[in-house]
Design a protein around this ligand. Structure first.
Ligand code: SF4
Length: 251
């Protein structure tokens, strides 16, 4: 409440009515007398702009509650994810490509140089060899779903660290759940070890059909195409793996 003296002073500078902020409704016009509004330049009184929506993508951490119930949710969350250090080193995220209702899901270890540039897993020479391996059992790239254990390129193509694999596992599990494949082809050591919680050599893991932990999805392990390019003699073993894979898909 203003004293008589204060009210006298306000009247002297042209303010005939005073509404205290605490009791004012909203807006600058409501707390200023018509006299004050008249002496201000046009546009000087503006209502407070509503708070803007944050435009920066919200970081997604492994501990953050995120909804991954649809492909849109999964893909958006991957693109916004900063849950591990790999996010700051990659050119772009590589969520995966192919048929989202495929019987066969192929899981490699992580994007390499070409994949990081193109935003698609298994491109370049390794990808071309994988395509040929698929063609050998009558499949094309568009008929399978291809992704990796981690969706961001590890620097200098190093193996992804354990915490990075764990952070990205949220997305991989969500993708597996959406696709519900008949069989998974695990490509290379990092993929096999991560999927099967194993530390065994690939040469041993490829000898049997495994089961994805906490699921009934069979997992066939095979050599990574990059390894086959360096070691052509292992291609005959990979061919046996593809034939086994074909048998599972034909059941
Ligand atoms: Fe997120 Fe996976 Fe990329 Fe790590 S690798 S930042 S968990 S999307």
């Amino acid at each position: 409440m203003l004293s008589a003296r204060q009210q006298h002073c306000l009247k002297g500078i042209g303010i005939r009515r005073w509404v205290e902020r605490s009791s004012a409704p909203v807006g600058a016009e409501d707390i200023l007398s018509p006299t004050v509004q008249e002496i201000l330049p046009p546009g000087a009184i503006t209502r407070a702009a509503p708070a803007k929506e944050a435009t920066k993508p919200k970081p997604v951490s492994a501990r953050t509650e995120i909804c991954l119930d649809s492909w849109d949710d999964i893909t958006r969350s991957i693109h916004q994810c900063e849950a591990c250090d790999l996010a700051s080193n990659c050119t772009q995220k590589v969520p995966g490509v192919g048929d989202r209702q495929a019987d066969l899901m192929i899981i490699g270890e992580g994007p390499g140089h070409d994949e990081d540039i193109k935003g698609e897993p298994f491109v370049g020479r390794s990808g071309q060899l994988l395509d040929k391996m698929l063609q050998a059992i009558g499949l094309s790239r568009s008929q399978v779903f291809i992704t990796n254990i981690v969706k961001c390129r590890p620097p200098n193509n190093r193996d992804p660290h354990r915490d990075e694999v764990q952070a990205c596992n949220t997305f991989l599990r969500a993708q597996i759940k959406q696709i519900a494949p008949k069989v998974i082809l695990s490509v290379g050591r990092v993929s096999a070890h991560s999927l099967l919680n194993s530390t065994g050599p690939v040469g041993k893991l490829i000898r049997e059909i495994h089961q994805l932990p906490e699921s009934d999805i069979p997992v066939k392990v095979t050599y990574h195409p990059a390894y086959l390019l360096r070691n052509p003699s292992a291609k005959s073993i990979a061919w046996q793996d593809m034939k086994t894979l074909h048998q599972i898909l034909s059941r």
